[in-house]
Write a protein of this length. Structure first.
Length: 478
């Protein structure tokens, strides 16, 4: 029977701890953490189920695409989908992240008119900005098609077409997270999209059409558009039911300037962050053959199964941090920070070990050539554990208003990764890309922990025990 929280809600993670054959030391530590965390674990458990279910579906989709596409076409698809996701993160102009800073505070303090005004401003900025970016990109692609080559040009055009769609999807995901609607925020992109895309590509293949990279990328963009439209309709109805229709009063210009001043810099910060997260794939795409990119991406996708523990807690933690900040309770904020870190780390360790235990046969599912990525898988697992050791320290900096520190850390992490990749990829290939990623993740974790400690007087390292310390008062953001 599934454990129940004090409120009668299922505690999925608690049940998972009991069911899994975890090492006694880890199981005992997790059992101790689960005390007095029923509601938190219920939310995190639901987020984890969505993420891990989505990861399994996405892995099946990648296996299907790897089987239906040639190794070169699969590598091209992976490369351009990655570029599309990075560009869309930039095109969201920071509103997908800043809503997690502002909206929970407005709800907690009953400032619903400001919440509606923020939502409207974000909608107009994201749509207008992303369409403008896409239009400029399309004009450039049409003007100089010879710069990218005949094979890559249609993929580049598709990328620019998809930018507004994915940017709006990211904004809707952030809004849903701000309300605490974690299923609505994650299920469309991580569950329904890969299932629908798999059905589309199977139908195309059964129709006798030879699947190539442009067809696969076009299908992914079309499916994303349909999912985003449905998510927007549902989210609009739920928002009106939750906080009523928007007020007719005009938005205070000073307030709008505040939102833009706090949000637009996030475009650069999270743009750099997203480039950092996929820089290994992008650099490998420039320095190696598409076939090697495909093999490496298969290892990355497999380790993503373990990485979804981190993302599951990230899905709920920013809102938790923002609520504690709204209540001006520094001790409660410290408790929430360390709770998120410890759950993230101590669940990441066994999931990484499980991914490594089953890694070789799972890579073989992609095809016999893909097992060459197992060594990279091991290295990527070590990097993931290093990242999990400080939990959601990066998101915490943004919620507290220390965007500049987050930007500096992101830039330094990206530089470290690029330097290591440029040195190691020509010599070690995909293993060089993995070493660069793992090394930069360890450096990034240390830098984030230092910045949070220096700026907000908060501990984020997994072995810290400050959660029960006396109340401290954090300095105001600068």
């Amino acid at each position: 029977m599934t454990r129940q929280s004090a409120e009668g809600r299922p505690n999925w993670i608690g049940a998972l701890i009991t069911a899994l054959p975890l090492p006694p030391a880890i199981a005992e530590r997790l059992e101790g953490l689960s005390a007095n965390s029923a509601v938190y674990l219920s939310n995190a458990g639901m987020a984890f189920l969505i993420r891990i279910g989505g990861a399994a579906v996405a892995l099946a989709l990648q296996v299907l695409l790897a089987r239906l596409l040639s190794l070169t076409d699969y590598g091209l698809y992976v490369t351009f989908w990655t570029w599309l996701f990075v560009a869309s993160q930039v095109a969201a102009l920071g509103f997908n992240d800043s809503c997690l800073r502002f909206l929970p505070r407005y709800f907690a303090r009953g400032r619903l008119a400001e919440a509606h005004a923020f939502l409207g401003t974000g909608y107009r900025v994201v749509i207008g900005g992303s369409v403008a970016i896409a239009a400029i990109g399309l004009a450039a692609a049409w003007a100089v098609p010879h710069l990218v080559g005949e094979m890559r040009w249609p993929l580049l055009v598709l990328c620019f077409i998809g930018i507004p769609i994915l940017a709006f999807e990211l904004y809707l995901e952030g809004v849903a997270r701000s309300f605490g609607w974690f299923v609505l925020s994650a299920a469309p992109a991580y569950i329904f999209r890969p299932i629908a895309l798999a059905m589309v590509v199977i139908a195309v293949a059964l129709g006798g059409v030879t699947l190539d990279a442009p067809i696969a990328l076009g299908a992914a963009i079309a499916v994303t558009a349909s999912m985003t439209l449905g998510q927007a309709v549902i989210l609009r109805r739920r928002i009106r039911a939750e906080i009523g229709p928007p007020a007719t009063t005009a938005v205070d210009r000073k307030k709008r300037r505040l939102w833009l001043a706090a949000t637009l810099p996030l475009t650069v910060i999270y743009g750099v962050e997203e480039i950092y997260l996929v820089s290994d794939i992008l650099l490998l795409g420039m320095l190696a053959d598409p076939a090697e990119v495909g093999i490496y991406f298969a290892a990355v996708r497999l380790m993503t199964l373990a990485g979804y523990v981190y993302f599951a807690f990230a899905l709920i933690s920013s809102r938790e941090f923002s609520l504690a900040r709204a209540n001006r309770d520094h001790q409660d904020l410290q408790h929430r920070v360390l709770r998120a870190t410890k759950w993230t780390f101590w669940l990441s360790v066994p999931t990484v070990l499980a991914a490594l235990a089953f890694g070789y046969p799972l890579l073989a599912m992609f095809g016999p050539d893909y097992t060459a990525g197992y060594g990279a898988l091991v290295i990527l697992g070590l990097g993931l554990i290093a990242r999990a050791s400080v939990g959601q320290a990066g998101d915490l900096l943004i919620v507290l208003g220390y965007q500049r520190d987050g930007f500096v850390v992101a830039i330094l992490s990206l530089v470290i990764n690029i330097v290591l990749a440029l040195v190691l990829i020509p010599v070690l290939g995909i293993f060089g890309a993995a070493i660069g990623t793992a090394g930069s993740q360890a450096a990034r974790a240390a830098a984030l922990a230092f910045c949070v400690k220096r700026r907000a007087k908060l501990d984020t390292f997994v072995l810290s025990s400050r959660g029960d310390s006396p109340t401290l008062h954090a300095p105001a953001p600068t």
